[in-house]
Write a new protein. Structure first.
Length: 263
């Protein structure tokens, strides 16, 4: 499904189900250099539990047109304009990694627009290693390779996925490598420069769920748990034997974490 935001096409995945009027809206926000397809195991599950799902391609990502904002705050502003274009007054925001920072910032500055908040693979700051930033700025294949090397947990690196034949490592690397030039660099720089995590968290007024992963090297769970302490109504789930790419690595455990909170 496509919407027009700022005069440009924005593409979303809806989980293959036509939503009914009045259903709660769930907006899924992907991470750096990625697109809506990272939610392939979640969007359909959520949609078929009575929710209107909008797994969005951020500007310039996936099938969406435009140039991505170069700050997390700018991306959060864009999310509110997307909501307006989609006719959504209030939504449950679910973000992963960079998408979690976007959702957090939006919830902090536009509390009336966010019903609930789910933050996955998040920390109050997300510094990026200089070697990774340099590789991304040069549009080198090394950048996606480093992201996947650090992002995928040990168990997923040797197989054993519940969906036979699915390779988390290969699929993640392939997705990152088809992103347009400068896209990964833009997104990583936005994450690296964002320093308002704690202040945004203190402004969050809605129920919030942190979904973290024990083997996450990019946003270690202890940092996510520390951020959660700044939100009054927050709960946390730590998934065992998963890395940063938890939606693909451990989809069943992610489903269990969302159950009872999102649907």
């Amino acid at each position: 499904m496509d919407f027009t935001v700022d005069g440009l096409k924005t593409h979303v995945a809806t989980g293959g189900r036509e939503a009914q009027e009045g259903e709660p809206v769930v907006i899924l926000i992907h991470g750096a250099g990625m697109d809506r397809t990272v939610w392939q195991y979640q969007n359909r599950n959520i949609a078929y539990r009575g929710r209107r799902v909008l797994a969005v391609d951020l500007p310039g990502h996936g099938r969406s047109e435009g140039t991505p904002p170069n700050t997390i705050a700018g991306m959060a502003d864009w999310i509110t304009r997307f909501m307006d274009a989609a006719g959504v007054t209030q939504a449950i925001l679910i973000g992963h990694s960079m998408g979690a920072l976007i959702a957090l910032d939006a919830a902090g500055r536009f509390p009336e627009r966010v019903e609930k908040l789910v933050l996955m693979g998040v920390a109050e700051t997300m510094p990026v290693h200089p070697d990774l930033l340099a590789a991304a700025e040069a549009n080198q294949p090394l950048a996606p390779e480093l992201i996947v090397f650090w992002g995928v947990g040990e168990r997923s690196q040797i197989g054993g996925h519940p969906n036979p034949g699915f390779c988390v490592q290969g699929a993640s690397e392939a997705l990152l490598k088809i992103s347009p030039d400068d896209m990964i660099a833009n997104d990583l720089a936005a994450c690296n420069e964002y320093s308002d995590g704690v202040e945004s968290a203190k402004k969050v007024k809605c129920p919030t769920l942190f979904v973290l992963a024990r083997d996450d090297k990019m946003t270690p769970p202890k940092k996510g748990l520390a951020l959660a302490e700044n939100i009054t109504d927050a709960r946390s789930v730590v998934i065992e034997e998963s890395g940063h790419m938890m939606m693909a690595e451990t989809p069943n455990q992610v489903f269990d974490a969302l159950k009872g909170f999102v649907f």
